[in-house]
Design a protein around this ligand. Structure first.
Ligand code: BTN
Length: 264
């Protein structure tokens, strides 16, 4: 059986080699520190980088979250962004996020033996705490119904120091949820392996049933945080395009992720 040290050496020396065995991954850019891997990914995509260009950083000084928030990104977490050029209409680009959420949940379970749930639309939860955020940013095309590119950014809190003190009640790290030693490289490899299994069938959304079964919101009463004000509603479904279906004062509404976030 491999010792912890030999597992670590193997993982560190073989991240690039392993990732290149994944048919989706074309090249890997490994960085010590950067402001945001999504920003780098966007620049590369705009210059014509092919689908499958992956940027991985040990730290981010200006990690971006959804709805203009920041994402705390010290050493010990996983921060990575992939350039994608999906052949789906731009209005279905949310499927990239939902597909990635299922892939990350599966990958976490593979390396840590814990159960991972999904909080619509882009958060992965373990033991009631957020351990991962996903930010997919699309660059629209002037000539095609498909987006020019989608930058799929994934941030995972692995080690204790990746959780800011003031957020300890809502944000967790994988290290605290399992006895197993989690090697970041192993988890990175597992995420892209799981993502690649679904990505070719993105438009059919085969992963949506699993997304729903992992949802921690379905059937629950939530607070919807909208620009026009917060309100209570019950989550009744997640539709085939990844939109949240809620019931508010006996009327059904469909929420798109660009407009709102939801609190349990
Ligand atoms: C969220 O929780 O709102 C989404 C967080 C996404 C963070 C990742 S870390 C890698 C990539 N680069 C960024 O600047 N953001 C994403």
């Amino acid at each position: 059986m491999a010792t912890k040290r030999s597992r670590r050496n193997e993982a560190e020396s073989s991240l690039c080699t392993c990732l290149r065995r994944n048919p989706l991954v074309q090249s890997v850019i490994e960085l010590e520190e950067i402001d945001s891997t999504n920003r780098v990914g966007k620049g590369l995509a705009a210059e014509g980088a092919p689908e499958g260009t992956l940027v991985v950083a040990k730290r981010q000084s200006k990690g971006k979250g959804r709805l203009g928030r920041s994402f705390f990104s010290p050493e010990g977490g996983i921060y990575m962004s992939m350039v994608l050029r999906p052949k789906i209409p731009a209005e279905k680009a949310l499927l990239v996020t939902t597909c990635a959420a299922v892939a990350v949940a599966r990958a976490i379970e593979r390396v840590s033996n814990v159960t991972a749930g999904i909080k619509w639309v882009n958060d992965i939860f373990v033991n009631g705490r957020k351990v991962c955020g996903i930010l997919a940013e699309a660059g629209l095309s002037a000539v095609s119904e498909y987006p020019d590119y989608v930058i799929l950014g994934i941030g995972i809190n692995v080690k204790k120091q990746s959780v800011p003190d003031e957020l300890k009640d809502i944000v967790g790290c994988l290290e605290d949820t399992t006895e197993r030693e989690i090697l970041n490289e192993e988890l990175i490899f597992a995420v892209w392996e799981e993502f690649e299994k679904f990505y070719g069938q993105l438009s059919t959304a085969v992963f949506m049933e699993e997304y729903k079964s992992r949802s921690i919101l379905l059937g629950r009463e939530v607070t919807v945080l909208a620009a026009t004000g917060d309100y209570r509603a019950v989550v009744t479904d997640i539709d085939k395009d990844g939109h949240l279906v809620i019931k508010r004062e006996d009327k059904s509404e469909i929420l798109s992720s660009g407009e709102v976030s939801v609190r349990l």
